[in-house]
Design a protein. Structure first.
Length: 480
């Protein structure tokens, strides 16, 4: 009887496994629907000041669309000016960041049906009496992101444009009196007044066109039709209306809670910034410095080698690294390499670019330190029967290390600060964390100053360690 029961139990278990595979595995295997977004553009895409999670109108609409399709929404955060590059590189399928479906973009990308409409406005300071119509912008200084349709509209009206990283920074410049106007939509204007109720700005003029906001995708993407169907359902069942009322129909009567003070904003973000410093910034600096030193040593030895091919290759590498901006190197590795089938995640891409950059600069410091060792060391080692390789490894490099410590320490300190550029390729390190916190609160000074203090503290510790290392290496050496 017992063997029969066991056989029946095994058969039942097999049936249950089959049902599980049929019913659940396809749903779990469905890939996430990826959206590119700024994460610093309140109220459309920003991090909740309390919980720190990514929220906003565009974010919630994207989640609702993905849910309609039976998929999970996944967000890749990047500065506005790199979102289309990320889309081209296949980092995500759609952009969810208040993108206008204008004719120029429609020639290059496929757009979903619009999920909201916005009216363009010219935002000016409260006391401004010079701008009453869009035509009054001619010759005036405005602020905007380089690839924004509002920036293009400002230039078309004859205005000069101060390019900034995002809309929050543009409105901050206007409030500070550093530009004459900002072109954007009326919803963004009202949302800014909610966050900064004492801001002395107003709408100076309205633009005649309404902009249709949609999700752009790569040209010919088959996902666009599915997203269109999902948006139609969301409009029919009232979901888009509810999301819009939640984020965009703001009450400007003064009944909202008072915005947090500068000190409370800093206190709320001290731990997130410290965590980003410890978990991302410092590990990224340590990994890239170690890898960069290996590259630098090989390059320095090739540079002083008698082999002309090796010496030329080392010179060319150093020249290329020192002659191009680190930001361009980051963009080449993260956004350009996917065109050749090499697609690196954000952190490895940042590590690769920073390591190559450190290698180019540190190579010259190491080469100079090796050449600073007196020639007599080579002659004495040869007299003792040491080969050239043994002399280099046992005699010259230990002495060169002591000479190279100060310049290499300077490179390490600079590297810790240069890791902030990794924010441009979607690495959420210390500075990106500060940007995320500043976007919905507009507390730029408080949060950026806090980030600067964290960088400064890290560099002070590194300088102290440099001094300790120098004193340790000087033990037992003869004083002149």
């Amino acid at each position: 009887m017992e063997p029969a029961i066991r056989r029946h139990a095994l058969a039942l278990f097999a049936v249950l496994c089959l049902v599980w595979n049929i019913a659940l595995v396809p749903a779990q295997a469905e890939p996430a629907l990826r959206f590119g977004t700024e994460g610093t553009y309140a109220p459309f895409s920003y991090h909740d000041p309390g919980a720190g999670e990514l929220v906003g109108y565009d974010v919630e609409v994207a989640k609702a669309v993905a849910a309609k399709l039976g998929r999970r929404a996944e967000f890749v955060e990047a500065p506005w000016d790199t979102l289309f590059a990320g889309l081209d590189a296949g980092q995500f399928e759609f952009i969810a960041n208040q993108v206008e479906a204008n004719p120029q973009r429609e020639q290059l990308y496929s757009f979903s049906t619009p999920y909201t409409y916005a009216t363009g406005v010219v935002i000016v300071r409260a006391g401004d009496t010079a701008i009453h119509t869009p035509q009054d912008l001619r010759g005036k200084l405005t602020a905007g992101t380089s690839t924004s349709n509002w920036t293009q509209a400002a230039r078309a009206l004859g205005a000069r444009v101060e390019e900034v990283a995002g809309t929050a920074e543009a409105l901050a410049l206007l409030a500070q009196g550093r530009v004459d106007a900002v072109l954007n939509d009326d919803v963004t204007f009202r949302s800014y007044l909610v966050a900064v109720p004492d801001a002395k700005i107003k709408i100076g003029a309205e633009l005649p066109e309404r902009s249709a906001i949609a999700f752009p995708a790569l040209r010919g993407s088959t996902l666009v039709g599915q997203v269109d169907a999902a948006l139609a359902d969301l409009k029919a069942d009232g979901t888009l209306t509810r999301i819009s009322e939640k984020y965009l129909h703001v009450d400007v009567s003064g009944s909202q809670a008072k915005p947090p003070s500068q000190w409370s904003t800093i206190r709320a973000n001290l731990w997130p910034m410290a965590r980003a410093l410890a978990k991302v910034t410092l590990p990224l600096a340590a990994i890239t410095f170690a890898a960069g030193l290996v590259i630098a040593l090989v390059t320095a030895l090739a540079r002083i080698s008698s082999n002309r091919a090796a010496s030329f290759a080392a010179r060319a590498y150093i020249s290329a690294i020192r002659g191009t901006p680190l930001l361009v190197q980051l963009f080449l590795i993260y956004y350009a390499l996917p065109e050749f089938g090499i697609k690196l995640p954000p952190f490895p891409a940042a590590a690769a670019a920073l390591s190559l950059n450190v290698g180019g600069y540190a190579a010259e410091a190491i080469r100079g330190a090796i050449l600073a060792v007196p020639d007599g060391q080579w002659e004495a080692s040869s007299a003792l029967g040491l080969s050239r390789g043994e002399t280099l490894r046992l005699v010259v490099l230990p002495q060169a290390l002591r000479i190279a410590v100060p310049p290499l320490s300077n490179i390490l300190v600079a590297l810790v600060k240069d890791t902030s550029l990794a924010a441009t390729i979607q690495v959420t390190e210390l500075f990106r964390t500060a940007q995320n916190a500043a976007a919905p609160t507009f507390r730029f000074f408080a949060l950026y100053l806090t980030a600067a203090v964290f960088y400064w503290a890290a560099c002070l510790v590194l300088s102290w360690l440099q001094g300790r290392l120098e004193r340790r290496l000087e033990r037992g050496t003869a004083k002149a």
